[in-house]
Design a protein. Structure first.
Length: 164
């Protein structure tokens, strides 16, 4: 929960949206206490649970069970990992960084800009789409590209070319 992940703007957008949703914030770190205080102060309609740090397997289980993954960071090279994991598990994403969206190709809602208002509007649209069953579906090609076996096969192909 470092500032570049934009957790506090996400929580502000969630509060501004007035959504009634169950939100799980996974992880720990520097901004957790500030995030908890923000939720206490703002009292959102949504239920917000801070799950803390958990194992990778548990994190993946929660992503697979979720209606959507929210990724609010912009311009950081590791930010897309969670949404690719989500796509590989069939979970769509709400994405603030258009570069990550371009790599996914489908299966996401794009936040129009870095504003809290834009994020709140996108959260509202995503919740409506989820409720009526019209949400986007992650591209199955992304799931295949993300699997470790496909990365191992690609690496072995490169090694094979270098050795011959």
């Amino acid at each position: 929960m470092s500032p570049e992940k934009r957790l506090l703007p996400f929580l502000d957008a969630l509060c501004d949206s007035g959504l009634r949703a169950d939100v799980q914030v996974l992880g720990g770190g520097a901004q957790r206490r500030a995030a908890e205080r923000l939720i206490e102060r703002r009292g959102p309609e949504a239920s917000v649970v801070f799950g803390g740090r958990m194992t990778y397997v548990e994190t993946l289980r929660r992503i697979a069970e979720a209606d959507a993954v929210v990724q609010t960071s912009i311009g950081f090279e590791t930010q897309g990992m969670t949404v690719f994991e989500g796509a590989s598990l069939g979970t769509p994403a709400i994405i603030s960084d258009s570069d990550i969206g371009a790599e996914l190709g489908s299966g996401y809602w794009q936040v129009p800009d870095a504003s809290t208002a834009g994020l709140a509007q996108t959260l509202t649209r995503a919740a409506a789409d989820i409720a009526d069953g019209s949400g986007p579906t992650p591209n199955p090609v992304v799931a295949e590209r993300f699997r470790q076996s496909s990365r191992t096969a690609a690496m072995l192909e490169v090694y094979g070319r270098v050795l011959h």
